[in-house]
Ligand binder design. Sequence first.
Ligand SMILES: [Zn+2]
Ligand SMILES: [Zn+2]
Ligand SMILES: [Zn+2]
Length: 394
Amino acid sequence: MRMVTRQEIEKSMDIIHNLSEEETYEWIHVMQEEQPFLQIYVAAICERGDFEDDNDIDAFTNLAIIIWHAMRTAAQGPLAEVKGYEIDEREEALIEHFNSVEGEAEADVMNAVQTWLEDDPQRPLLEFLLMTLMSPENPYEVTEESTGMLLVYLKVIAECLDHASPQKEAKAPAKKVLHPGQCMRCQAVLNKANMTNHLKKCKEKAGGSNERGVEMFHLLIESVPLPMYWLHVEIPGTKTLADLDAFLRGIWLECCGHMSCFTIEGTHYVSSPMEESIFGRREKSMRQKIYTILRMGMKFKYAYDYGSTTDLKLRVVDIHKQQVKKSGVTLLARNQPPPWECTGCGKPATQVQAGGWGIDPDFLYCDDCAADADEDDLLPIVNSPRTGVCGYCG
Ligand SMILES: [Zn+2]
Ligand SMILES: [Zn+2]
Ligand SMILES: [Zn+2]
């Protein structure tokens, strides 16, 4: 793509910094839809503990969104999806380069950075990052030790997007991502964006709320990198996070009893108290009751398995009182199986190459192509964001 000017990147910074919380959420959502693998990359870096300081993590996520926003704006619309392996390759090359100059005299390091900049097709953007991270004003207050790695990771993102061509077909108004799913009460099939409203109406028809009933929490649960996987569930406030954990494992996640964790307002609620210590001091067990922790509108996170993690985000979309016959977690609606296509022939895919990334559109097979590919490392495609991860078979 063309070079992003200094003015453009500063304008994007201005826009991103002045968003309301709701608007920020919307932009993150757009990024997830357009660049799921970059989103996973950003999340993974935040999780893997390279940065000790929360400021560094905030600076990284913030600048990553600004880069994406500026480059997307310069391209006048969405860029082609960056693939997981491209990110890996670029990161590997840049880290190698970075390590080769680390520890050299400061003048040599500055020289290396200078050459870096001169060769870069997105030089103004890189200079902007350098200035933002290294200037005395340092608006993000990042720690000095982190500056180098922050620059490397952000350059990986900028390079990947620089090589992604503008997506012509994305401009056609018909191409909207709809992620359909089904209401369990009335069997209606609706798009993801319309389901919350539908469920409210559908609930009223089925009896609605009742002041003498049990307090029920209606949650929207979504896969973080794969927005086509989503659930609406209802759980009584007297149930615990452990009950919700068990439900998520049952419907979407359980492969071999990995650990899991809810992160709610900075506190970790972990499944396995024996190993709580890996999180430091701020963790609790999942035996907390839902009504003592969740409030209307609250957003929180969930992660299953710390090796090859499946990340989910959750939101309390409604709290109401209701007479209930069954006191467990109720599934209100669920996405329909996404129509993944075989990488080889375009027919409906049934299998995916097993690997840490899970669903990768470049490694999907129909039964015929799977037989031809002679791959033994295949897993079935099931209706879950954990498809293709660890040994998950549904
Ligand atoms: Zn319905
Ligand atoms: Zn497993
Ligand atoms: Zn095929």
